[in-house]
Design a binder for this molecule. Structure first.
Ligand code: GTP
Ligand code: MG
Length: 267
């Protein structure tokens, strides 16, 4: 897989790493960033799903990336079409107004395809498909953004790594999990730390602890085993993980040292 990423980086002028604005640190791939830097390519961080995070948090992350790493970032919500003009302008500026090819990379489910769709507009169409290799079912696709900019969309190019919690935050396929309950409980605990209210709202139930939330979701939706009428916790656990990626749960994490960029007012 690394070989393919290197190939892709080499044939692009700008690399956009798409992060989940709720978990910018955990959805960053230092490995990919090193490849980009080694190949002397420009890197832009995009915090997507910005609609799930307060504006001051998005600004704090932007400020943090700039201050700590001198790295440019843009925050957007691709599904609400917020910040997409700013992103387009930043891409153009980084390409210095020249023609260029931009590669969108990132862990699964961070919203790479949604961003490209938001940028494409109605009139430009998909231009070609570039098969990764013979027999590989997924493909890296090239899209036309405008007259000068083309974009590679990459599916599942970074395998979700790390511990169980990190893996699911990084988009590991829930259907492949042997036991979805344990990581779901870890995820719930992490979300509770930031916002217990968001889970209550998302599922319309109150709960005492993560396990109780899974039980209540299962019962509310009628997911019980026929034999003993016990709640199907596995199904509730998978649902929470899926909902998390589909952008139904709002919460945030903050940069290592809370950076508040009160001065900046532009979105
Ligand atoms: N709330 C919210 N949800 C979003 C946003 N962008 C994407 N999503 C949702 O996140 C999920 C994944 O989006 P995709 O665009 O398919 O993500 P991807 O990175 O292309 O995923 P892979 O191709 O599987 O790697 C979908 O359910 C989207 O609707 C956003 O800005 N806000
Ligand atoms: Mg995609």
């Amino acid at each position: 897989m690394l070989g393919k990423i290197i190939q892709l980086v080499k044939r692009s002028d700008l690399i956009i790493e798409v992060l989940d604005a709720r978990e910018p640190s955990l959805t960053r791939s230092k490995k990919i960033e090193q490849i980009v830097i080694k190949n002397d390519k420009k890197l832009l961080l995009v915090l997507n799903k910005g609609d799930l995070v307060p504006l001051w948090v998005l600004k704090s992350w932007k400020y943090y990336f700039k201050e700590e790493e001198n790295r440019e970032s843009v925050y957007v919500s691709s599904t609400s079409h917020l910040g997409t003009k700013k992103l387009r302008d930043t891409m153009k500026a980084l390409l210095r107004g020249n023609k260029g090819v931009v590669a969108f990379i990132g862990y699964p489910k961070t919203g790479k395809s949604s961003i490209i769709n938001a940028l494409k507009g109605r009139h430009s169409a998909q231009t070609s498909a570039y098969p990764l290799e013979y027999g590989y079912t997924k493909s890296i696709q090239l899209f036309k953004i405008d007259n000068k900019i083309y974009a590679w969309d990459t599916p599942g190019i970074i395998p979700p790594d790390g511990n169980e919690l990190e893996k699911i935050i990084r988009g590991y396929n829930v259907d492949l999990l042997e036991d979805p309950v344990k990581p779901a409980i870890e995820l719930i605990n992490r979300i509770i730390k930031a916002s217990r209210e968001s889970l209550k709202q998302a599922y319309g139930v109150d709960f005492t602890d993560p396990y109780d939330l899974l039980v209540k979701i299962a019962l509310k939706r009628g997911w019980v085993y026929k034999s003993d009428k016990e709640p199907n916790i596995d199904m509730a656990a998978k649902t929470i993980i899926r909902d998390y990626h589909e952008g139904k749960i709002t919460y945030y994490t903050l940069p290592p040292n809370l950076y508040r960029d009160d001065k900046s007012s532009s979105v």
